[in-house]
Design a protein around this ligand. Structure first.
Ligand code: ACO
Length: 403
C-alpha cells in the first residue's frame, strides 16, 4: 500500500512507496512469480521442471533469448561461451592489487567493471553484435574471475580455463584444481551446483536486477550495469543472506550450544536487530519454491558426499521451530532460497566468503536478460524516482562567525 501521496508543483501526484512494494518499474516477459501460490516460472517454464531437466547454460539461453534452444542452437551457444573464458593477462594482474583477505564480492564487481576497459569493442548498448559479444564474454569470463577471486583469497596459483569442459566443470576445476595436476570433476557435485545456479538464475525485479536496469537505463554499458548489480547483491538482506545464514548457524552451534529456542526468542524480541537470516521474502508469503528444492538437494548432496553436518541439523531444527511459532506465522515468514544453500556450498568445500559469489554466478543470465529487455524496450526512460522533500524551508546563509 502507498504510505502517503502528495501533490508536487511540477508533476502532480507523487506516491511514496518505500521499498517499491507496490510500484512496477517496467513491463517484463522474463520471469513470473506468484508469491501467494509459491509459483516461479522462467519464460513460462516452472522452476521445478527446469531444475529437474535443464542445465544452467540452457536456462541462461532461455532467459536471454526467450525460448529453449534446439540442440544445434545450444551447441553453438556453448561453443561461443567456451571460447571466451580466458581473461586478458593484464586483467589477471588486477587481482594482485587487492589485499589477500579481501572479500571476493567487491573483487568480482571491480573486475567485471574493469571489463569495460579491456573489451572496448563491445560497449555500444545499441549495437546488437556488440551486446551479443558482451553477453557471451560475461557468461564466459565471470566464472573465471570468480575462480581467480577465490584463488587469490587462499594464496594459490591461477589456472587457465580448460575449454573442453562444461561451464560448471571448468569453474570447479579453476577453483579447486592446481596447475599441472589432474582434477577429476565429480559429476554429482557438478550437477548439484548446476541446479543451484538454475534456481538463482532470475527472480524478476529484485534489488540487484532493478539496479542493473536502473544503471542501464542511463545507457551505461552491460559490464558497468552488471558490476552495479553485483554490488547490490552483496548486501546481507539480498544475496549476502547466504553467508549471513551460515554465520548465524555457526554462532548458534558455537556460542549458543545449539540452543535454537533461545535464538528464536532473541529474534522475536529483536535483540540488537536480530533477524532469522534466510527467512522471509518480499514476494513469497506462502513458501519459496526454490527453498523446497534446495532443502531436498541439501540432504541428497550431503549423503552423496558422505558429509554429516551439524549445521544442517541446526537449520532443520530452526525451520521447524520457526514454522510453529506465531511470530513467523503471522508475518508469513518462510525459508527462502538461501536458508539451505550455504550448507551445500560448505559441503562442497567453498569458504563462506564465496557463497554470495556463487549467487552472482547464478544470477548473471537474469541480469543480462533484463538489461537486454530494458535496452530494447522503446518505452524505457532513464530511471529517476521522485522524492517527498522533508528538509528545511528556505533560510539565509549563516556566515562562519555567527554559527
Ligand atoms: N526474521 C525476523 N523477522 C522478520 C524477518 C526475519 N528474517 N523478515 C521479516 N521479519 C519481520 C519484520 O521485522 C516485520 O515485522 P513487523 O511488521 O512486526 O515490524 C515483518 O516481518 C515484515 O518484514 P519486512 O522487513 O517489512 O519485509 P520486507 O519484505 O521488507 O523484507 C526481507 C524482506 C528483506 C527478505 C526480510 O524478510 C529479511 O530481512 N529477511 C532476512 C534476510 C534474507 O534472508 N534475505 C534474503 C532474501 S531472498 C534473496 O534476496 C535471495
Amino acid at each position: 500500500a502507498f504510505d502517503v501521496g502528495k501533490l508536487l508543483p511540477s508533476t502532480g501526484l507523487v506516491t511514496l512507496d518505500s521499498g517499491f512494494g507496490s510500484t512496477a518499474a517496467c513491463s517484463s516477459a522474463i520471469t513470473y512469480i506468484d508469491g501467494d501460490a509459491g509459483i516461479l516460472r522462467y519464460r513460462g517454464y516452472p522452476i521445478d521442471q527446469l531444475a529437474q531437466s535443464s542445465t544452467f547454460l540452457e536456462t541462461s539461453y532461455l532467459l536471454i533469448y526467450g525460448e529453449l534452444p534446439t540442440q544445434a542452437e545450444l551447441d553453438a551457444f556453448t561453443n561461443r561461451v567456451s571460447r571466451h573464458t580466458l581473461l586478458h593477462e593484464d586483467l589477471k594482474r588486477f587481482f594482485e592489487g587487492f589485499p589477500r583477505d579481501a572479500h571476493p564480492m567487491p573483487v568480482l564487481s571491480s573486475a567485471v567493471s574493469a571489463l569495460s576497459t579491456f573489451y572496448q569493442d563491445s560497449l555500444d548498448p545499441f549495437d546488437e553484435d556488440a551486446v551479443e559479444l558482451s553477453t557471451v564474454r560475461l557468461l564466459a569470463k565471470v566464472p573465471t574471475i570468480a575462480a581467480y577471486a577465490y584463488k587469490k583469497s587462499v594464496g594459490q596459483p591461477f589456472l587457465y580455463p580448460d575449454n573442453s569442459l562444461g561451464l560448471v566443470e571448468n569453474f570447479l576445476r579453476m577453483t579447486f584444481g592446481f596447475p599441472a595436476e589432474p582434477y577429476e570433476v565429480d559429476p554429482d557435485f557438478a550437477r548439484a551446483l548446476d541446479v543451484l545456479l538454475i534456481l538463482h538464475a532470475d527472480h524478476e525485479q529484485n534489488c540487484s536486477t532493478s539496479t542493473v536496469r536502473m544503471v542501464g537505463s542511463s545507457q551505461a554499458n552491460l559490464f558497468a550495469s552488471i558490476s552495479a548489480g553485483i554490488n547490490a547483491l552483496f548486501g546481507p538482506l539480498h544475496g549476502g543472506a547466504n553467508q549471513a545464514v551460515l554465520e548465524m548457524l555457526q554462532r548458534i552451534r558455537d556460542v549458543e550450544d545449539g540452543n535454537v529456542d533461545a535464538f528464536v526468542e532473541r529474534v522475536k524480541n529483536r535483540e540488537k536487530g536480530a533477524r532469522l537470516m534466510g527467512f522471509g521474502h518480499r514476494v513469497y508469503k506462502n513458501y519459496d519454491p526454490r527453498a523446497k528444492i534446495v532443502k531436498q538437494s541439501a540432504d541428497e548432496i550431503l549423503k552423496k558426499l558422505g558429509v554429516s553436518d551439524q549445521l544442517l541439523d541446526i537449520a532443520k531444527a530452526l525451520e521447524e521451530r520457526a514454522l510453529a511459532d506465531d511470530y513467523f506465522i503471522e508475518r508469513k515468514l518462510y525459508p527462502n532460497v538461501d536458508f539451505y544453500t550455504g550448507v551445500i556450498y560448505r559441503a562442497m568445500g567453498f569458504p563462506v566468503k564465496m557463497f554470495t559469489v556463487l549467487f552472482a554466478l547464478g544470477r548473471l543470465p537474469g541480469w543480462i536478460a533484463h538489461w537486454r529487455e530494458m535496452i530494447n524496450d522503446p518505452s524505457t526512460k532513464i530511471g529517476r524516482p521522485r522524492q517527498l522533500y522533508v528538509g528545511a524551508t528556505e533560510r539565509p546563509y549563516v556566515p562562519m562567525g555567527k554559527r
